[in-house]
Design a binder for this molecule. Sequence first.
Ligand code: BG6
Length: 297
Amino acid sequence: MTSTLDTLNTSFAIANALHFSEANPGLPVAEIHTPLASARVALHGGHVLSWQPAGQKPVLWVSKAAIFEAGKPVRGGVPVCWPWFGAVPGKPMHGFVRTMMWQVRGTDIDAAGQVVLRLGIRDDAATRALWDRAFDLEMVVTVGTTLTMALITRNTGDVPMTITQALHTYFCTGDITQTVVQGLNGDSYLDKVQNFAVCQQSGDVRFTGETDRIYTETAADSLINDAAGGRTIRIAKQGSETTVVWNPWAEKEKGMVDMAAGEYQQMLCVETCNAGPDAVTVAAGETRSLVARISVE
Ligand code: BG6
């Protein structure tokens, strides 16, 4: 009998650029290696697990204690939060697609030598039990010296649907206490650490404790200035006016089974979102895209 892995490789592998392996039994991962970059993308969750442009250190952070199991979210990489961001009483945190299996829809190499991987998921009985809407969701991951992720929502039903969402991107950093996020100066944010108090950012974002902020009306690029690592990461986006900045810090980290001790010092999340007042209503038959473009400077 042919395994899922054999079928995936027969249908979608690209010689010397992309093949499928397994993170754990039954959890296929697209392994991408080209002269431009390396990346790994899990079918479970449509989840980008790593991206490393040639000559650079890894850009995306994954916990040493991350859990790779069907039905569980992975601590790191880029969890796809959809069709809601954050907590909804009685429902899974950050939506349900990050813990479901996606299908491979296509693989290609473009004229610039970038690998393009298309994954998709549609509504079924399991999704309708959680959210009674008809949809088609596609994640297009383009791997080159820039990592581009496009999350494309199609409303395949006949009534409008409203979503919040995030490309919940975890980044490596050399030392969080020497890291700043630029591009949010003057923006308002909801501070989850202060019970959603409305605050205003003054200057760069610096990290001295638990940080969990929903910046609103932010369409500009964010820059992660990693002084200890000696590099700057740029996050450009489209279709998003919300940026979430998160670091759990020491105390919260202790309560997380899928983070190892002290790891909060080498990571942060800068998330490309539609959340809070930036919810998106997708009319019947309509398509909306959320795009993040990540590069290293
Ligand atoms: C962030 C939220 O986006 O995700 C935080 O703002 C949350 O409040 C974090 O703790 C991680 O969520 P989870 O469900 O992956 O542990």
